[in-house]
Design a protein around this ligand. Structure first.
Ligand code: ADP
Ligand code: MG
Length: 341
């Protein structure tokens, strides 16, 4: 007997929530998006939209009444909120994973414990701690929580950059600043049966710490190709992950592969899987979360994805495109400097 398709709740209504909704619709799965942004773009693509602060229990209850399971498009939803939601309906991937990945200190400790290399780093809580770790300079001070697109990061070239009045209101890690030869990401979708689909490594270029360009094939040797896929699979297995996730890597000048961070969700660099594969990272996420069939995922083309940032969108909106070019307007109401549009 066939089960009725579940109604899927998605927390977060940005471009990733939009594309998850589109993928779900293709599979005849209804989506209900919950977002704290009343202009959230995903409301144009989902079946029902609930605008609410994430701690408004009344609205959360309404949302819970309408959905069978819940997934999310971003990892920074406060853990206690996800935990309380999970008491009523399954949240996939498991929120415990967010607790690790939301915090750079826990994330890097987890990765290093698996025997996987990262840049050298240390937890710092004061200027004194930074002085003790002078060997990590030039370095980058990163807030342990809530950073994205380079937000919450400060370059410290030498001890001269330390300011007496820094008050360390939150925890930070200090990370050695390295010279990057390349950056790549590997996207994995892991299903309930423990099997995974692993996309080929994607090469990424950042501008001002924001992803500007992603490309396949990545210009890397076979050893790095295999090693990056193997490590991503190991991480997904260790987390007992269900759904799509992404591992971001640095490749240093000596060709060492270092994990930068883990995203427990679909990822901007995997946008190109929509056109370059028979099944996108978004569709595979929906398939894994809703326990649908895992189908062979094959590449149909090489691809380059360019993020259109801020005002650049104006020009693209009036452009015409070739047959093999695909323009995605995230339909964000407000154009902001460096915002992914
Ligand atoms: P976010 O959470 O904002 O994505 P990341 O830690 O991934 O933060 O940093 C964003 C980008 O900044 C990276 O993709 C990389 O280009 C650059 N960067 C971050 N850390 C380092 C480092 N230790 N050395 C060199 N470049 C770095
Ligand atoms: Mg990053």
């Amino acid at each position: 007997m066939l089960e009725d398709p579940p109604v899927l709740g998605i927390i977060g209504g940005g471009q990733l929530g939009s594309m998850l909704s589109v993928a779900a619709d293709k599979l005849k799965i209804k989506t209900i998006v919950l977002s704290d942004d009343k202009d959230a773009p995903a409301q144009k693509f989902c079946n029902k939209f609930i605008y609410s602060q994430y701690n408004n229990q009344n609205n959360i209850n309404k949302f819970l009444d309408l959905v069978d399971k819940i997934t999310f498009e971003f990892e920074n939803i406060p853990y206690d909120i996800l935990e309380s939601i999970e008491k009523f309906k399954p949240v996939i991937p498991n929120p415990k994973i967010n607790q690790i990945v939301q915090n750079r200190y826990k994330e890097k400790s987890f990765i290093n414990k698996l025997g996987i290399q990262t840049t050298r780093w240390s937890l710092v809580k004061s200027n004194e701690d930074i002085k003790k770790n002078e060997n990590l300079l030039p370095g980058i001070l990163k807030t342990c929580t809530l950073g994205y697109d380079g937000k919450g990061q400060f370059v410290i070239n030498s001890l001269k950059d330390l300011k007496k009045d820094w008050c360390f209101t939150s925890e930070y890690i200090l990370e050695k600043k390295i010279t990057l030869k390349q950056e790549i990401s590997v996207i994995v979708t892991r299903f309930k049966n423990g099997k995974s689909i692993i996309y080929e490594p994607i090469e990424n270029e950042h501008e001002h710490q924001i992803l500007k360009k992603s490309q396949i094939p990545a210009n890397i040797n076979l050893k790095l190709f295999k090693e990056s896929q193997k490590k991503a699979k190991l991480i997904a297995n260790e987390l007992n992950y269900i759904g799509t996730m992404c591992v971001e890597y640095f490749i240093d000048e000596q060709e060492n592969l270092l994990v930068n961070e883990i995203a427990p969700r679909v990822h901007n660099s995997g946008h190109l899987t929509i056109n370059a594969f028979n099944i996108s990272q978004f569709e595979n996420h929906i398939r894994a979360v809703c326990n649908l069939e895992m189908l062979p995922t094959n590449k149909v083309s090489n691809a380059t994805m360019i993020n259109i940032l801020g005002r650049e969108i104006k020009d693209y909106r009036n452009r015409s495109f070739q047959e093999d070019e695909f323009f995605f307007d995230y339909l964000k109401k407000e154009i902001k400097d460096k915002r992914k549009m």
